[in-house]
Design a protein around this ligand. Structure first.
Ligand SMILES: [Zn+2]
Length: 257
């Protein structure tokens, strides 16, 4: 993901190092059929994966100011197309956030420290965009396919239980290397714009959030090292910010008429 905001996945696997085989097995997915893997199977896989990822992370307590702030931001959120979302704050100074195909959205405390409420909300809107467009599920699917082809999992047609750790690791690597396309990022930004408008946030919220990332990634006060790799691609972030400014400008001009 030279992906800005996230999604997930690659980061999670990066954090894992080795894949928890039992977690994957319990998802009940037969990788041999990865080419026809169902939406439900992918969602189950993502849910298992999030349980695992959460267990590796320090989750802010319900009474934490971070959790209270996040819950306030997403309380009664509109424009989510009835997605079943769940939110948690990871106590981590990295400036990052991601979503997973089961509706999980995780926001890092580092991002919350660096951004205003409005900017955080815009980032959440961007993640919701990836969920609405099934980007995260498709990325998970793609990782299966890539690993299956590479390791000839399909050729020997094993059940999931027969997969070796190295085959599972191949899936993790494929997942880690996966990237959202620029088109997917643009589409998620646009979705954030829509969600911000639906919730009475500024039309410039996503633009401001992207600008903040560009600033942080280029900062020399130590902030750059905290910006997740996926956010630190300057030209891409700057291009996205410019697009979102244009979108906001057009919206404001239109609503003045
Ligand atoms: Zn994104």
């Amino acid at each position: 993901m030279k992906r800005l905001f996230i999604l997930l996945t690659p980061l999670m696997l990066a954090a894992c190092g080795t894949l928890n085989t039992n977690k994957l097995l319990s998802a009940g997915v037969n990788l041999a059929t990865s080419y026809s893997i169902t939406d439900e199977q992918v969602a189950a896989m993502c849910a298992e994966y999030m349980t695992y990822q959460d267990s590796l992370s320090t989750i802010a307590a319900a009474t934490s100011p971070y959790t209270i702030r996040l819950n306030k931001l997403v309380s009664g959120i509109k424009g989510t197309d009835n997605l079943k979302l769940n939110f948690k704050v990871y106590q981590n100074e990295e400036i990052n956030a991601f979503a997973c195909g089961d509706g999980s959205i995780r926001v890092y405390s580092g991002l919350m420290d660096a951004m205003t409420d409005e900017e955080i909300f815009a980032v959440i809107g961007h993640e919701i965009g990836h969920l609405k467009h099934a980007d995260t599920k498709n990325m998970m699917k793609q990782a299966y396919k890539t690993a299956a082809v590479k390791d000839a999992i399909g050729a020997i047609n094993p059940t999931l239980e027969q997969l070796t750790n190295s085959q599972l690791a191949a899936i993790a690597v494929a997942y880690k290397d996966a990237q959202f396309s620029q088109a997917q990022e643009f589409a998620a930004d646009q979705e954030s714009f829509n969600v911000c408008i639906a919730n009475n946030y500024s039309p410039y919220a996503m633009y401001n959030a992207l600008n903040k990332l560009v600033e942080l990634a280029g900062g020399n006060s130590g902030s750059a090292s905290k910006v997740a790799q996926m956010f630190s691609t300057h030209p891409d972030s700057a291009t996205r910010a410019a697009r979102m400014k244009q979108t906001a400008d057009e919206y404001v001009a239109k609503n003045k008429q």
